[in-house]
Design a protein around this ligand. Structure first.
Ligand SMILES: Nc1ncnc2c1ncn2[C@@H]1O[C@H](COP(=O)(O)OP(=O)(O)O)[C@@H](O)[C@H]1O
Ligand SMILES: [Mg+2]
Length: 452
């Protein structure tokens, strides 16, 4: 069942139970109240009449009793019994069949000196008031109305109130339906958008406007879809680039191999062909090795074995490993550091690889000098690698660290992607920019290890 209907039904049921319980309580209290009210009315009007009789000092006549009846609402039946000395009935509206019962009850209750709420005479309940005609006099006036009449009033009143309550309940349920609809509608829309994610139509996912927590979910879904779309594109791009990178060397290997086999290349040409085949095979092997490493860096949990190591030592080690290339190109590298010996918590071999990739690039592009600067900033270690080459092509900068992104004389285009993966898994970041005058700057930021 739809959430909207479920909420409305639950709310409606709750409302019905609450109003039902209140109505029941009201109904049971109402009778007591009405009886009390009737008693007060009988008492008041009876006293008014007694007072009038006292003042007029005339004997009780049918006219004077009529006057008493007129005090009450015309269609209300009020029984009157006026009793004198020794149970002498002076006047009554009661039928003679039950008169004896009334007189008996009157006497019994007078003895007990206790007024009961209602009297049961025959099979009927009555609300009764007895009043002395004058102080100390034995003449008494008895006024009675049947409880039945009061019950009818109660039913009538209750019916009216229930009618009003019913209209209220219907109105409240309608309102709840509208409110829940405004809450649930964004959810239904959100479900439609999430289905698009399921069908991998990430780019089609739209933002669903909503408020409160639903807005947060909606935002998350939207951004998740955007992120997935980006990831999907990167993935697609990766496969295209990878197949291109692998296909090119394979095609030249195939071309030369077939040429040599078919006798197209002979002598020196054949030897040159074989050289190309060896070169391209080496490049292929490098690409495949780096691709495998990248894949592992991104997926394998237990590939890293971090330890506390001196950052300066790592930098010097990386430079040392690159010494043959550096010497061949006649480039100088200066390591500048503060007095402190900063320590970082990284996987030694992997991090060395990251540094070698960046320094190797710098050696390839520098004219004559590379600066490596280590600096402690708050709880971080910043390692800047600055060269004096031609700088990074502006077009590459936004996605320099993506796979297979490379410049004119690039190699595999995987080196910086590998460096970034290693640095990020060590809890650090890497960024690149071009210097104001010339050259490229790579900045690695790593959390500092306090106690080596
Ligand atoms: N220090 C640098 N100066 C200028 N360009 C650079 C520098 N480092 C990297 N690049 C550019 O970034 C590209 C990507 O580098 P990298 O991922 O290491 O791939 P590769 O070195 O295999 O080409 C390089 O091809 C080059 O164009
Ligand atoms: Mg490289």
């Amino acid at each position: 069942m739809k959430l909207q209907y479920r909420i409305t039904i639950a709310f409606g049921l709750l409302l019905i139970v609450v109003t039902g319980a209140s109505a029941h309580m009201f109904y049971s209290l109402l009778l007591d109240n009405l009886i009390e009210q009737q008693r007060n009315e009988l008492m008041l009007k009876g006293q008014i009449w007694i007072e009038r009789m006292k003042n007029s000092r005339s004997a009780i006549s049918p006219e004077s009793v009529e006057e008493l009846q007129r005090l009450f609402v015309p269609n209300r039946k009020v029984e009157i019994l006026l009793v004198g000395d020794k149970r002498k009935v002076l006047y009554t509206t009661l039928p003679s069949s039950s008169l004896k019962d009334w007189l008996n009850d009157l006497e019994r209750r007078a003895e007990k000196r206790k007024e009961r709420r209602t009297w049961l005479i025959g099979s009927d309940d009555y609300i009764v008031v007895t009043l002395p005609m004058q102080n100390g006099e034995s003449r008494r006036l008895l006024l009675a109305v049947p409880v039945r009449g009061v019950k009818e009033i109660r039913v009538e009143l209750t019916r009216n109130i229930m009618g009003t309550l019913l209209v209220g309940v219907i109105f409240a349920i309608l309102l709840s339906f509208l409110i829940t609809r405004s809450l649930v509608e964004p959810l239904s829309k959100l479900v439609r958008e999430i289905k698009k994610v399921q069908l991998r139509k990430f780019a089609e996912v739209q933002y669903v406007p909503a408020t409160g927590e639903i807005a947060e979910v909606s935002e998350s879904v939207y951004f998740m879809a955007q992120e997935l779309d980006r990831f999907h594109d990167i993935q697609k791009q990766f496969f295209q680039n990878a197949s291109h990178e692998l296909k090119t060397p394979l095609m030249s290997i195939q071309g030369y191999a077939e040429g040599i086999r078919d006798g197209v290349f002979t002598g020196d040409a054949a030897r040159q062909g074989l050289d190309v085949i060896v070169q391209e095979t080496t490049r292929l092997k490098k690409i495949v090795t780096e691709m495998i490493l990248l894949g592992k860096l991104e997926s394998e949990e237990h590939l890293f074995h971090p330890e506390a190591v001196s950052a300066v030592e790592l930098v010097n080690q990386a430079i040392e490993r690159l010494d043959p290339i550096r010497l061949k190109q006649g480039i100088t590298i200066a390591v500048r550091k503060e007095d402190a010996e900063p320590c970082v918590f990284v996987d030694r071999e992997k991090f060395l690889q990251a540094l070698i990739n960046i320094l190797g690039n710098a050696l390839r592009h520098a004219r004559e000098h590379i600066d490596v600067k280590l600096e402690e900033r708050k709880n971080q270690l910043w390692i800047d690698i600055v060269d004096d080459g031609e700088g990074i092509p502006e077009a590459l900068l936004p996605h320099l660290f993506h796979r297979f992104v490379k410049g004119k004389n690039g190699e595999t285009g995987l080196g910086l992607a590998i460096s970034r993966a290693i640095i990020e898994r060590s809890g650090g970041t890497i960024e690149a920019h071009n210097g104001v005058i010339a050259g490229a700057t790579f900045r690695i930021k790593l959390p500092l290890q306090k106690n080596p």
